[in-house]
Design a protein around this ligand. Structure first.
Ligand code: FE2
Length: 179
């Protein structure tokens, strides 16, 4: 189940809000400019579907989303616990960073945490299959799918050159381990 947990940035042990209600999650995140939506898509895919097949199956949804966002391209990222690169990939986005373009992801399968740090608060959004999240450019955040990452996600880009992590140097993510 998707879940949002909100904390004061100085109180990792005392959540201000925990909700699994999609409407509450969307409303709370919209207050910081983050878009959250749950797609009830009829798409069903084999677990071993190739990236091309996944993109093709979601093409109508992607076209609509990319039209709305003015985005130019999309691809598929898949990470499984047995991938030898998993620890390095986890490490890559585990520290607080920003991008100069929106980070738009749709979870086809599995789950992962997008954690935003805005206005003295930490917003831990556990996204699962069917969830769309769009983190605006220049929003401080990190991503963690745990030490056994398992997810398949669509990535939508307006400009792939903008999707580079600029690290803030703040070690806050270490104080808010995802569960
Ligand atoms: Fe990011």
């Amino acid at each position: 189940m998707s879940r949002l947990t909100i904390y004061d940035e100085n109180s990792p042990a005392a959540p201000l809000l925990v909700s699994e209600d999609a409407r509450v999650i969307a409303e709370s995140l919209s207050e910081i400019g983050v878009e959250f939506d749950r797609w009830s898509s009829p798409v069903s895919l084999a677990a071993d579907a190739a990236p091309e097949a996944i993109l093709e199956a979601y093409r109508p949804y992607l076209d609509q989303l990319m039209g709305a966002k003015g985005a130019g391209s999309a691809d598929v990222i898949k990470l499984t616990p047995d991938n030898p690169a998993a620890p390095a990939l986890r490490e890559k986005f585990l520290s607080e960073h920003i991008h100069t373009e929106d980070e738009i992801r749709f979870f086809v399968d599995g789950s992962g945490h997008f954690v935003m740090h805005v206005g003295g608060r930490v917003y831990d959004a556990l996204c699962e299959a069917g969830d769309l999240i769009s983190v605006p450019a220049n929003t401080k955040h990190w991503f963690d799918a745990g030490d056994r990452p398992s997810f398949t996600a669509l990535r939508v880009f307006t400009d792939t050159s903008g999707w580079v992590a600029h690290f803030t140097g703040d070690q806050i993510s270490a104080r808010f381990p995802v569960t």
